[in-house]
Design a protein around this ligand. Structure first.
Ligand code: NAP
Ligand code: ZN
Length: 347
């Protein structure tokens, strides 16, 4: 298959810094679009993958899965886009398209296995897929989102992972008026969850380890904030219908099972690389659930983009140049970002 070279930013090994590299993209097939990438967010999953935290990274790796840009080419069968349209890509670039899960719009649970935008086997040109830390990308139009016109397009890029990853469980667990919701860990995902849960009409409490985020929680829209390191503040919490846990490292989840109401759910979206221990009494008492959620399907991602446009929701970002990616990754590792780095690909 014919390919074209494009500039990208990736690493050769777990401890090597991000460097410029040339990668190959397939030339557009009949149902493909080519996108010039304008902005790409940096998610903690990119950092986990770069460091091989989950043990499955293939090097060289080009991460990035919060991609927005402009359509520059379209295949002959594409009617969803025209050249010049704004478009976006999240985590999913392919799936079988015919299993029960795909038919329900839950490509993230495709029974034959979906294709992640980076570090997954590339069915077309071999090797692995390369993500959004690059100048262009080619993708089947069925997996490309239509991007509404946000005032700040860069700040909308994190919706493609952080946004959908929290929107999907908040909707699934029927968060809305009269529901008491906790958000644990106020990073990229957590700060989006506060905004989205509030827009859904819930009473929102932030659980953070950071004193400075306590003060920022109300500005983000939270009704209450709890310093999770303070046992007295934790003891005073109860009656949560759902707690959404976005923490990226090992931590004590029992503390959050304990604040749930009867039949409440603790829902994990954070992906620490070590197992988390659950005390039996913490779920048995109160018939509580400990569960998880993985991004969201393509149709739901489109729905989330429209929801965020309607409610004027974007991420709080620090826009960086391509030369600042390594520094941003170091700061993300230390939790020093409010609340998402986004790379300006034209810098
Ligand atoms: P992030 O911006 O780094 O935020 C993570 C937050 O977790 C931090 O801001 C911090 O919040 C808290 N935290 C970090 N280390 C902690 C520790 N040792 N103990 C307690 N709290 C700690 O990361 P993100 O991009 O939001 O991603 C969060 C996690 O979700 C990552 O593991 C990522 O891989 C995963 N993820 C999962 C999905 C999915 O589909 N399930 C999708 C995207 C990302 P405070 O300062 O407020 O305490
Ligand atoms: Zn992500």
């Amino acid at each position: 298959m014919e390919t074209l070279e494009t500039k990208a930013y990736g690493t050769e090994s777990a401890d090597a810094p991000i460097q410029d590299m040339n990668i190959k993209r397939r030339t557009v097939l009949e149902n493909d679009v080519e996108i010039e990438i304008l902005y790409c967010g940096i998610c903690h999953s990119d950092l986990h993958a770069l460091h091989n935290d989950w043990g499955a990274t293939v090097y060289p790796i080009v991460p990035g899965h919060e991609i927005v840009g402009k359509v520059t080419k379209i295949g002959e069968k594409v009617s969803k886009f025209k050249i010049g349209d704004l478009a976006a890509i999240g985590c999913i670039v392919d799936s079988c398209g015919h299993c029960t899960q795909c038919n329900h719009g839950e490509e993230q649970f495709c029974e034959e296995g979906w294709t992640l935008v980076f570090n997954a086997p590339d069915k077309h040109i071999g090797g692995v897929t390369y993500g959004g830390f690059s100048q262009t990308i080619v993708c089947d139009a069925d997996y490309v989102l239509k991007m509404p016109t946000f005032d700040d397009l860069a700040a909308a890029a994190p919706l493609l992972c952080a946004g959908i990853t929290v929107y999907s469980p908040l909707k699934h667990w029927q968060v809305g008026p009269g529901k008491k919701v906790g958000i644990v860990g106020i990073g990229g995902l957590g700060h989006m969850a506060v905004k989205i849960a509030k827009a859904m009409g819930a009473h929102v409490t932030v659980f953070t380890t950071s004193q400075d985020k306590m003060d920022d929680a109300k500005r983000l829209g939270a009704d209450e904030a709890v310093l999770s390191k303070d046992p007295e503040q934790m003891k005073a919490q109860s009656g949560f219908n759902m707690v959404l846990d976005t923490v990226s490292a090992k931590h004590d989840v029992n503390a959050y099972l304990n604040v749930l109401a009867v039949d409440g759910s603790l829902v994990l979206v954070g992906l620490p690389n070590e197992p988390l221990e659950v005390g039996a009494f913490n779920v048995v008492n109160g018939r509580k659930s400990f569960s998880g959620s993985n991004i969201g399907g393509i149709a739901e991602t489109q729905e989330m983009l429209e929801f965020c446009k309607t409610h004027n929701i974007t991420a709080d970002i620090e826009l960086i140049n391509t030369s600042e990616i390594n520094e941003a990754l170091d700061r993300l590792e230390k939790g020093d970002v409010k609340y998402r780095f986004v790379i300006d690909m034209n810098s």
